[in-house]
Design a protein. Structure first.
Length: 247
């Protein structure tokens, strides 16, 4: 059984027995997302063990299927080292190399970086009853391939075009993204006459695509209104934005 499958088994058992009890990974990934520039051959990702025990770490990339086992996925990246021990208080640099696979050059491509943190079994004197429950935690962050030649990523959110469209008995916000970039929306609401109508599930808007968001409490089409939203930049920071609806 792979480390990934072992980790999933541990997580499933832990979830069923200790639902609601928080757990925190002791191996952390520096950065909330990784941007791979098209002109680069490789980038580095730093991991750090902030816990008090050593961990066994497995790292891999996937193309969107978070249930896929590492040995079955195919992405245009090679990650080294894929498995290693990380002692407490120590750091490890992952080298993420591009294989040269042909990629779309008119827009970004989205992949995911996975880091599975498997702590060692406790020593006998640390478990008075002789029983223990071990958590294996996975961190999964966005990995974006950005072709060379794309520019002005900071204005991508400002170029979103927002309009209202029918949604069953109500109305929804429609965002058209004319840019080659993924726009990661973390908060979204329609403000009408000083009242905010929030969106429950703000999410990523793909490049050169349209996304529809259901709006709470909007049963009639309002006159006017502004879209209030936060989007996440390359550094992981939230940036506030306010734009008027299009007719």
């Amino acid at each position: 059984m792979s480390l990934f499958r072992t980790g999933l088994t541990c997580l499933a058992l832990a979830s069923s027995l200790l639902a609601g009890i928080p757990a925190a990974a002791q191996v952390i990934v520096h950065g909330t997302r990784q941007i791979f520039p098209g002109a680069a051959r490789e980038i580095s990702v730093r991991l750090e063990n902030v816990g008090k025990r050593a961990s066994l770490v497995q790292a891999w990339t996937d193309d969107g299927d978070k249930q896929a086992a590492p040995e079955t996925v195919k992405t245009p990246f090679v990650l080294r080292p894929p498995v290693f021990r990380l002692d407490p208080g120590k750091s490890q640099v992952l080298r993420l190399q591009f294989t040269g696979t042909p990629m779309p050059q008119d827009r970004e491509s989205l992949y995911w970086l996975n880091v599975l943190d498997i702590p060692p079994a406790p020593q006998a004197d640390e478990v008075p009853t002789g029983n223990f429950l071990q958590f294996s935690l996975r961190t999964r962050i966005k990995l974006i391939y950005r072709p060379k030649g794309l520019a002005d990523v900071m204005s991508s959110a400002q170029k979103l075009q927002w309009s209202l469209v029918p949604d069953g008995e109500g109305w929804a916000l429609q965002a058209r993204n004319p840019t080659p970039y993924y726009v990661h929306v973390s908060r979204l609401a329609l403000r009408v006459q000083g009242t905010d109508h929030p969106v429950d599930d703000p999410r990523m808007i793909e490049p050169l695509a349209t996304q529809v968001f259901a709006v709470q409490g909007l049963n009639a089409r309002p006159v006017g209104g502004n879209v209030q939203f936060d989007w996440i930049n390359d550094q992981g920071g939230n940036v506030g934005q306010s734009v008027a609806l299009e007719d």
